[in-house]
Design a protein around this ligand. Sequence first.
Ligand code: MG
Length: 206
Amino acid sequence: MKIRIGYGWDSHAFQSGVPLVIGGLAIEHPEGLAGHSDGDVLLHAITDALLGAVSAGDIGSFFPPGDPRWKGADSAIFLKLALDEIHTAGYKIANVDTTLVLAAPKISPIAGEIRERVASLLDIPAGDVSIKAKTPEGMGMDHVAQAHAVVLLERIEEDSSLRVMHAEIEETVTVGTDEIDEMLKEMSRGRKPAVKKPAFDTEDFT
Ligand code: MG
């Protein structure tokens, strides 16, 4: 399958004395979102959408709310794990669309900033991330923030040029096949390859 879709939803109640973090962005507001982690409702919804897209379970199956390790945790950790899951499954993000539902604070003035932050956490261009917001009219949910997220994934193609490069690298360097695979995977994602350095510099042994 060349493309897959994922959907995620989350909600957290507002609570005073807690910092407000949405989409990895700290926001000035008298109340924050209660939760075992940092309560980042948007990152939780995107994390679930990513995991759902590759049928890898949900955020609770990887990070049980009762586990003390995730008390007050930065939700970017959850998002990174979900990204690893989709990459391992052979997919990358095509685009992400989200809707926040909350009475306050107003999201439109900071939507651009949230978008930049989410895009940077996902390692994709801001143009592939959409942040929308609605107020919960008539729902009696003024003290709750909800987030909906839809992601589209596309298969990472290992094209023939990468296969040729693989053969060339194998001939000229002495690193293992797994490391070459990892370097090529990184390059195909448009990042600089993470070349593992030796644990020590042998020239230091003089
Ligand atoms: Mg949550």
